[in-house]
Write a protein that binds this ligand. Structure first.
Ligand code: ATP
Length: 199
């Protein structure tokens, strides 16, 4: 696709739910979190490089990445963290770019929690933000993941604020009501994006 739309929002805001509705309209979508996992799947060069640098402990018995171990290694070690990010970020970016380029829908969607915070915003022509009050964000995320309030609050604190996201938005979806309301808003924005993509 020549026209790329970023779909972002904080943890548990409803990005996946919104993306599913865009997909129903035939819009190709890639999730940045999924792309980030794919580049370290067994057989990928990045996983071999990680095992080479940090030793076999960073792999599980089945050959997959031991994420908990890797988190522990880079936690409080800025040099390791920088090394890992320099390895993975270009690979993730390339994977996303390849997908978006190959997509044949009228526009293509990049779903990413950190679109505003990262250089991923440079990859998109338009930004759609899914917005919910923090209380709803907390409640839905805790219900979905079974995490403690403190853990979710820590993740929220490391992400952009609602104000920062909204400032970068071309379209804002209010996902504080039910899914029917979310879908109506997605349908309306989809129609507008089709016009923008044609122009
Ligand atoms: P993450 O960044 O953590 O991947 P997300 O932004 O993709 O989250 P979703 O997983 O789409 O968020 O939504 C969070 C949770 O809230 C899910 O369990 C989802 O089913 C639910 N949810 C989303 N929108 C609504 C809504 N309008 N009404 C009720 N529940 C909703």
């Amino acid at each position: 696709s020549d026209f790329i739309v970023g779909l972002t929002g904080g943890i548990g805001s409803g990005k996946s739910a919104a993306a599913a509705r865009f997909t129903e309209h035939g819009i190709a979508a890639i999730d940045a979190d999924v792309a980030a996992r794919e580049v370290v799947e067994p057989g990928q060069p990045a996983l071999a490089a990680i095992a080479e640098r940090f030793g076999p402990d960073v792999l599980l018995a089945n050959g997959e990445l031991n994420r908990a171990k890797l988190r522990e290694i880079i936690f409080n070690n800025a040099e390791h963290k920088t090394w890992l990010e320099s390895l993975l970020h270009p690979l993730i970016r390339q994977r996303i770019a390849d997908f978006l380029q190959a997509a044949t829908s009228p526009y293509a969607l990049l779903v990413s929690p950190l679109l505003v915070e990262s250089n991923q915003k440079e990859m998109v022509d338009n930004v759609v933000v899914v917005d919910v009050p923090e209380a709803i964000q907390l409640e839905r995320t805790m219900a979905r993941d079974g995490n403690t309030e403190q853990l979710v609050r820590n993740i929220m604190a490391a992400q952009a604020t609602r104000e920062q996201r909204s400032a970068a938005a071309n379209f804002v979806i209010d996902n504080s009501a039910d899914l029917a309301s979310l879908y109506l808003q997605v349908d309306d924005i989809h129609r507008q994006l089709l016009l923008l993509a044609e122009a």
